[in-house]
Design a binder for this molecule. Structure first.
Ligand SMILES: [Zn+2]
Ligand SMILES: [Zn+2]
Length: 160
C-alpha cells in the first residue's frame, strides 16, 4: 500500500489516524466538491472521485535550496581558483583604499558562511515544519547570493 503523508508536516501517517501524531493537525477535511468528510492526504476524493489538488511537497523547496547552495559553492571555488592565479587583483589595485582581502580571508568571510547555508536544508530533511525551515534557508541563501554578487562586482572593479 502507498505510504500516506501528513500534508502539513509531511511525516508518514497511518491509515486510521485522524490527528497527525507529529504535528497534531486534524487530518479530516471536507471535500470541496461533494462536502463529505475525507482525509487531508487524499489525492482523489473517495466519495465523489474528484481529483483533488496535489498537496505542496516541501522537498521541492529543499532540493531547490540545495541546488542553489551547490551552484554558489561551485562559483566560489572558480573565483578562488581565479584569485590564486591572479593575486594582483587582491593586492595591487587598491586605489581607493578599499578593503583588500587575501584568499584565506575570502574563504573565512565568504565561503564558510556559504557552507553554513546548507545546514537549514539538512535540518529540514529530518525535522517537522520542513516548509518553514527550507523557506528560511532559501531566504538566507538569496541574501548570501547578493553579498557574493556585490563582492564579485567589487573584485571586477579592482581588476579593471
Ligand atoms: Zn503532521
Ligand atoms: Zn468529494
Amino acid at each position: 500500500m502507498k505510504e500516506k503523508h501528513c500534508p502539513y508536516c509531511h511525516n508518514t501517517v497511518e491509515e486510521n489516524e485522524s490527528i497527525c501524531h507529529s504535528c497534531n493537525k486534524d487530518l479530516t477535511v471536507q471535500c470541496p466538491y461533494c462536502k463529505q468528510m475525507i482525509k487531508a492526504y487524499d489525492e482523489v476524493c473517495p466519495c465523489c472521485t474528484t481529483k483533488l489538488h496535489k498537496k505542496f511537497n516541501p522537498n521541492i523547496l529543499i532540493i531547490l535550496g540545495l541546488v542553489l547552495s551547490l551552484i554558489w559553492l561551485a562559483l566560489n571555488f572558480i573565483l578562488i581558483g581565479f584569485l590564486s592565479t591572479h593575486p594582483a587583483v587582491l593586492i595591487e589595485k587598491d586605489k581607493h583604499g578599499d578593503l583588500i582581502l587575501s584568499i584565506s580571508d575570502y574563504v573565512s568571510l565568504v565561503l564558510e558562511p556559504m557552507l553554513i547555508t546548507i545546514v537549514p536544508y539538512i535540518i529540514a530533511l529530518v525535522k517537522k515544519h520542513k516548509t518553514n525551515i527550507a523557506a528560511t534557508g532559501l531566504i538566507v541563501n538569496v541574501i548570501c547570493s547578493f553579498v557574493f554578487i556585490g563582492y564579485f562586482i567589487h573584485l571586477y572593479n579592482l581588476a579593471k
